[in-house]
Design a protein around this ligand. Structure first.
Ligand code: DGL
Length: 275
């Protein structure tokens, strides 16, 4: 087993994981990170279980192959459709000692302290909604809490095509928020169950009724990772600490650099790879 320490891998279908990476780097600036966006094959949210599983497994194996011992699936769709199978079927045989963590569990843990009415709305990709992963976790951790799940198939394409600030985005942002609030007017917390959605946050906040909070996952996942590394010194020891980040994308790197630099507020120089 290779014990040489490596970077923490952060994977998403495209740009969304950058909203998670940004908060993780704020919380844990001392670590090194290797970000991988599968932009060429995004969005994942409308793809079948088998396809999301195959794509996610390829990405995780790529990050392991590049020396990561710990990979964060900074993607709800991949967490919903592939995390459990990778943890059960891929790690024990092929990569013993390596770890993959998702974003759904920490988000559901956090919502328990935030909702007063115990009525929450989930805005997510069709894949995440249809997996009912949020509903299942909520039933386990917060029995009796009501969840209304809304598919937002247009939000990821708007982000992936650099249209998050465009006028056309307003219409689709309002459409899904209104549908959710009409389905259950007692909702007091909206969960952004897709890591791309914080990029639409300024528009989302303009459409949300007074008294309803919007929960993005970045800070929650970052705090949960910090806690995980404290509780698992054997994994922490295998994570290098130089404060550097490298970016990989499966699409054209110039396009990735331009949009990713905008989302992260930092100049980015990525490398294109094939999975
Ligand atoms: N950002 C991802 C998520 O959290 C995936 C979006 C997509 O590729 O459809 O679900």
């Amino acid at each position: 087993m290779d014990e040489t320490p490596g970077r923490i891998g952060v994977f998403d279908s495209g740009y969304g994981g950058l909203t998670i990476l940004k908060e993780i780097r704020r919380e844990l600036p001392q670590y090194d990170y290797l970000y991988l966006g599968d932009n060429a094959r995004a969005p994942y949210g409308t793809r079948s279980f088998d396809v999301v599983y195959d794509f996610t497994r390829q990405a995780v194996e790529e990050l392991f192959g590049r020396g990561c011992h710990l990979v964060i699936l900074a993607c709800n769709t991949a967490s919903a459709k592939a995390l459990r199978s990778i943890q059960q079927n891929v790690l024990p045989d092929r990569w013993p000692g390596r770890r993959v963590l998702g974003v759904i569990r920490p988000t559901v843990e956090a919502v328990g302290d935030i909702s007063r009415t115990r009525h929450v709305g989930l805005l997510a990709t069709p894949g995440t909604v249809r997996s009912h992963s949020y509903r299942l976790e909520i039933d386990k951790l917060h029995p009796g809490m009501m969840i209304t799940e809304t598919e937002c198939p247009m939000w990821v394409p708007l982000v992936e095509h650099g249209e998050a600030d465009g006028d056309g985005a307003d219409w689709f942002v309002r459409k899904y928020i209104d549908a959710t609030m009409q389905a259950d007017p007692d909702i007091d917390t909206l969960l952004l169950g897709c890591t791309h959605y914080p990029i639409l946050l300024p528009k989302i906040l303009r459409c949300v009724p007074d008294g309803v909070s919007v929960l993005s996952q970045g800070e929650i996942v970052a705090r949960s990772l910090a806690d995980y590394l404290r509780r698992h010194p054997e994994i922490d020891r295998k994570c290098t600490k130089g404060g550097r980040t490298e970016f990989l994308t499966t699409e054209n790197s110039d396009i990735f650099n331009r949009l990713a630099s905008m989302f992260l507020g930092d100049r980015i120089c990525s490398t294109r790879i094939t999975l």
